[in-house]
Design a protein around this ligand. Structure first.
Ligand code: NAD
Ligand code: UFG
Length: 338
């Protein structure tokens, strides 16, 4: 089976390529490298001992997408490509709607033109907004997003669902990721953010490696056990395996399906700091800062639907997530630029 992986050079995409190759799938990665490096794919090849076919291309380039999809027979597409910085999306909404929405419409059009009607889409817990219930099940209503990035995910879920409803030859799986952290156990692949990280774990690892002075904890007055924000952190390798499980489901002609991919366990910011310090024997200096605009108090899922229907569940706990994040950062202080 051959899988088209858009955005496959990125953080989650590259780890998913490892899982796909290890499970006997062939992959072609289509990525414009706007937020990644081809070096991640060389590391995938080193880990798996297998070749990764790569086309440098943009999902906004209709012709190139049609060329790629017409040359080969793809059984499915896993669609990671997209811009994902929440704050930047508030500054540049047009660019986010254009890249994520217009790009996905191009992709879907090229897929149907070439007889590939199975797609796994990278959605996000952000579509629940400030969740109506916790733990969040897939039946929890979608909410109001606080930024254009979130809206692109919410709108694309609607677009892909409508396309599947109108043509039941389509199989669409929407995977709502919670908070991916961690890295491949080899310490050769991990998250490689540009500039100062927005997300908690890469910020912590950059403090640990001495690139940043201290962590700012955004708010300690939330209605949570210690007042700091609670999230459902999931190891990126577990998340990658979730895509392999979803591909098996797609082979059964599943129609439209939606799954939360998380662990079901919520950790606060201070829990993460403490677990990171204990797992790696490193002190993380921090200070309490005001709340960050758009943040919610708590967000964690009920992952039982994915377990029941995909036979998938996260295997790594918080200790492994902290150890693996640190191994990657320590071995690669400048990410893939080493
Ligand atoms: P990432 O930025 O590391 O990977 C995205 C990849 O897409 C990058 O390699 C980038 O170069 C590529 N890309 C962007 N625009 C493109 C375009 N127009 N054409 C071709 N390639 C393009 O991000 P990630 O963390 O690996 O996230 C993967 C997907 O999962 C994204 O869609 C993201 O929105 C979604 N997601 C991520 C998180 C998270 O916290 N990391 C949470 C929920 C959902
Ligand atoms: N936090 C800090 N200091 C930091 C960074 C984060 O205290 O320097 C806190 C946040 O306030 C929040 C928690 O750490 O309480 C997690 O924040 P992240 O930025 O790591 O993650 P978010 O939950 O805000 O958002 C992430 C992705 C979104 C995605 C969402 C749900 O960035 O794209 O998870 O999947 F939509």
């Amino acid at each position: 089976m051959k899988i088209l992986v858009t955005g496959g050079a990125g953080f989650i995409g590259s780890h998913t390529c490892v899982s796909l190759l290890e499970n006997g799938y062939d992959v072609l990665v289509y990525d414009n490298l706007s937020n990644s490096s081809e070096e991640s794919l060389r590391r995938v090849e080193k880990i798996t001992g297998k070749k990764v076919e790569f086309v440098k291309g943009d999902i906004l380039d209709k012709e190139k997408l049609n060329e790629v999809l017409s040359k080969d027979k793809f059984d499915a597409c896993i669609h990671f490509a997209g811009l994902k910085a929440v704050g930047e999306s508030v500054e540049k909404p047009w660019e986010y709607y254009q890249n994520n929405i217009a790009g996905t419409l191009n992709l879907v059009d090229a897929m149907r033109n070439n007889g590939c009607k199975s797609i796994i889409f990278s959605s996000s817990a952000t579509v629940y907004g400030d969740p109506a219930e916790i733990p969040i099940t897939e039946n929890c209503p979608k909410g109001t997003c606080t930024n254009p990035y979130g809206w692109t995910k919410s709108m694309l879920e609607q677009v892909l669902s409508d396309i599947q409803k109108a043509d039941n030859e389509w199989n669409v799986i929407l995977l709502r990721y919670f908070n991916p952290i961690g890295a491949h156990k080899s310490g050769t692949m991990g998250e490689n953010p540009n500039g100062i990280p927005n997300n908690l774990m890469p910020y912590i690892t950059q403090v640990a490696v001495g690139k940043l002075k201290e962590l700012g904890v955004f708010g300690d007055d939330y209605d949570t056990p210690d007042g700091t924000g609670v999230r459902d952190y999931i190891h990126v390798v577990d998340l990658a395996e979730g895509h392999v499980a979803a591909l098996k489901k797609i082979k059964e002609n599943c129609g439209l399906a939606i799954y939360n991919l998380g662990t079901g366990v919520g950790y606060s910011v201070l829990d993460i700091v403490k677990n990171f310090e204990e797992a790696n024997d490193i002190k993380i200096p921090y200070s309490i800062k005001p709340r960050r605009a758009g943040d919610i108090a708590a967000c964690y899922c009920d992952p039982s639907k994915a377990k029941a229907e995909l036979g998938w569940e996260a295997k790594n706990g918080i200790k492994e997530m902290c150890e693996d994040s640190w191994r990657w950062q320590k071995n690669n202080p400048n990410g893939y630029e080493n």
